[in-house]
Design a protein around this ligand. Structure first.
Ligand code: HEC
Ligand code: HEC
Length: 198
């Protein structure tokens, strides 16, 4: 009797695995189809991996909140999608799809090498020597934008900034620059400045 039960359980377990796989497969297909039917794929690529037109949106580094803001209050060349055009539930399904796909992680970077590159290729001339920003370019450290977006922007800037191709700066160079920017000193807290202390 026990043997019969065990084999029955094994069949049930195998069936559950198949159903789970089928569900995951269906969710993936639904996500990919939504990305296309909502128009996102035209700029972000069929799997959200990015194109020259738009940054990658895959990977869990993009939080649900950043995703929602990115879609509802879009920046730059990205059109904003209101709730009438794209419902909250479609937004959730899209996020579940893109966040479940492997993103691109930054290779380990060296802030020392990054500092040297930052001088050599001239980032400092517009973003100032510590990335704090000046008239010609905004602040870009000590909290640089997330890796996938950083790579995309430096290669495909949309405003005044000149593009740096992968021939000029490869992924390792960009990881070093990203590490350098992340390691910049933070401004002094206001409370530590006697004249400004509340
Ligand atoms: C016409 C091209 C275009 C379409 C269509 C488009 N995007 Fe974008 N998207 C962009 C661009 C360009 C950016 C980068 C904007 C910037 O910051 O300059 C962007 C940024 C984003 C961001 C923010 C990413 C980040 O790192 O902060 C999210 C999230 C996003 N898009 C999701 C979507 C989704 C979901 C759709 C479909 C519902 C969509 N986009 C449709 C071009 C597009
Ligand atoms: C000629 C001036 C100039 C140079 C040189 C330059 N930038 Fe920029 N950068 C800008 C400006 C201006 C912006 C604001 C957006 C725009 O107009 O493109 C910007 C934006 C950025 C952003 C996006 C910031 C954000 O919050 O979205 C990053 C990242 C960045 N620059 C990194 C770099 C790095 C790294 C280098 C060196 C490899 C560099 N920049 C060289 C002018 C410059």
């Amino acid at each position: 009797m026990i043997r019969v039960n065990c084999s029955w359980l094994a069949v049930l377990a195998a069936h559950l695995v198949l159903v789970t796989q089928a569900n995951a497969q269906a969710a993936t297909e639904e996500g990919a189809a939504l990305l296309a039917s909502s128009g996102c794929a035209a700029c972000h690529g069929p799997q959200g991996r990015g194109t020259t037109l738009a940054p990658p949106i895959v990977g869990s580094a993009l939080t649900a909140e950043a995703f929602r803001i990115g879609v509802r209050n879009a920046r730059g060349a990205m059109p904003s999608y209101s709730v009438e055009v794209l419902s909250d539930s479609t937004l959730d399904t899209l996020y579940a799809y893109v966040s479940g796909r492997a993103g691109v992680d930054a290779p380990a970077g060296s802030d020392e090498r990054g500092a040297e590159l930052y001088e050599r290729v001239g980032c400092y001339s517009c973003h100032s020597n510590q990335g704090q920003g000046i008239m010609h370019g905004p602040r870009i450290g000590p909290d640089p934008i997330r890796w996938a977006r950083f790579v995309w922007y430096v290669r495909n800037p949309t405003g005044q900034m000149p593009p740096y191709s992968s021939v000029v700066l490869n992924d390792q160079d960009l990881a070093d620059l990203h590490a350098f920017l992340a390691s910049r000193p933070r401004p002094q807290p206001v409370e530590s400045i006697p004249l400004l202390a509340p």
